[in-house]
Design a protein around this ligand. Sequence first.
Ligand code: FAD
Length: 441
Amino acid sequence: MSVFIRRENPFGTTILPFKTTPYWWETVEPLKVENKEIPTQIDVAIIGSGYTGLWASIILKEKGLNVHVFEAKELGYGASTRNAGFVGSGYKLGVSKLFKIYGKDKAVELYNISLKARKDIEETIRKENIDCGFVVPGHLVAAWKPRHLANLERTAELLEKYFSLKTRLLDKASLSACMETDLYHGGLFLADGALLNPAHYYQGVLTLAINKGVNFHLQTEVQQIEQKRGKFEVTLSGKKRTLASEVLIATNGYTSSSFPEIQRRIIPLPSTIVLTEPIDQHLLERLIHTKSAVYDTKNFLYYFRFLDDGKLLFGGRTHLSFGSSITEAAKELLRSIYMVFPALKEIKIRNVWEGKVCFTLDQLPHYGRLTNGIHYCLGYCGHGVALASYLGKLTAYYLLNDPRGQSSLLTLPFKKGFFYKTPPWSLPLIGLWYRLKDALF
Ligand SMILES: Cc1cc2nc3c(=O)[nH]c(=O)nc-3n(C[C@H](O)[C@H](O)[C@H](O)COP(=O)(O)OP(=O)(O)OC[C@H]3O[C@@H](n4cnc5c(N)ncnc54)[C@H](O)[C@@H]3O)c2cc1C
C-alpha cells in the first residue's frame, strides 16, 4: 500500500474552522501558581515543567531541598499536556531490535526498566487518587505491511517468554473483526496497554508538587548555565540570575540552543493530533469493536483512540520540520483518517494541535550527568507518559547519589549526532526516505 496513492480526499481543499489548542486543555481548570521571587541561591534548578521536571521536583523536595522549577511558557506547555495519553511498556526501539542490538541479558535489563515505569505510573495514579480516566483496554499494534506481522510475532514471543506479558497475534481477518478497515495486515494485542487524559494526569502530579512546596517560575526561560565556584550560575529571561547547587535539564523535545550539549544529541520532531466531533453512535458501532487504542508499524505512524463520547483522536507525523502549516497537517490527517476508515467521509474536526517529540540516535531515553556536572533526563521518542514520570524520579535519586537512581540505561552512551543546529538541514531528506520506506519496503 503506497502512502502516495491516497483515496480521494472527500474534503476538497477547504476544511471547517477548528481550534488549534489541545482538546485536553478544555477538560481542566488550570491551577493558579504564584510566581515567587527568585532567590539569589537555590539548591536545585529544574528546567521544564513537564512530567519529568515535576516528578524530579517532588522527589528532591521530599529530601528537604529547596527546589525551583523554571518554565519558559506556561505550566505543562510542552508534550506532557499535548500527548495522546497512551501508556504502555517498551520503547520506540522495538523489543526484537533491543534483543538484536544489546543481546539477551542487557535487553532484558533495559526492557524491565520500561515495565517498572508502566507499573509505577499505575500504582502512583491509584495511590495518589489522580482522577485522569486511567483505564487498561490494551493497545493494538496494526501491521502496515505483511512482513511486519512476522516481526510482531517475534515481539509477542519475546514479551511472553522473558516478561510474561499477555499478547495476542491477530491475522488480517481477526483485525478486521476489531475495526472496519482493510488497510492493515493483522496486528498484535498488548494487554498491558493503558489510556489516560494527559492533562488530568498532569494536574494531579502538579497538585502533588505544589502541596510539597516546590517553587515555580513561569514565563521564565533559562538562557544560560555557567559553572561558578563549584555551583551553576543560571541566567534567566528578564536579566534575572540565580546560583544553583544542582541543575536538571528536563526540556525533552523543547530543548533550545541554550543547552548545546543536549541539543547535539537529540532530534526534536513534530507530531500532530486531530480530534473530531463525536461520531454518530450507529456508525461508531460499525467501525470499531474494541476499546483498545491503536497504533501502526509505519515510520510515519498513525495512532488513534476513540473517546467515551465518540470523538476520534487521530495522530501522526505529517512532516518532519517545524513551521509547516497546521491546516496542511490537519488536511493530511483527515486524508489519513479517510484512508483507515473510508466510512468517515463526513467527519468534522474540532481541534488540531502539534507537539514536539524528542528522538535520540538509539531510540532510547537517557538520563545522567554531563561532563560539566549538569543533570539531564529526556529522549523518550514519543513513549514518555510512563517513562518521563519514572525516569524523572530516577534522575532525582541519581542526583542525590541514592542507589535507587541506578539503572542500566546509565551504561548506554548518549551519542552525539553529526548535526548541531535543530532542526537539522537533513530532516526533509530523512522524512522523504522514511516515507519511501513506508511505501515500498
Ligand atoms: C503529539 C504528541 C503525542 C504523544 N503521545 C504520547 C503517548 O500517547 N504516549 C506516550 O507515552 N508519550 C506520548 N508522547 C510523548 C510524551 O508526551 C513526552 O515524552 C513527555 O510528555 C515528555 O515530558 P517532559 O516533561 O520530558 O517534557 P515536556 O512535557 O515536553 O516539557 C518540557 C518543558 O520544557 C520547557 N522548556 C524548554 N526549554 C526551556 C528553557 N530554556 N527554560 C525553561 N523551560 C524550558 C518547555 O516549555 C516545556 O514545557 C507524545 C508527544 C507528542 C508531542
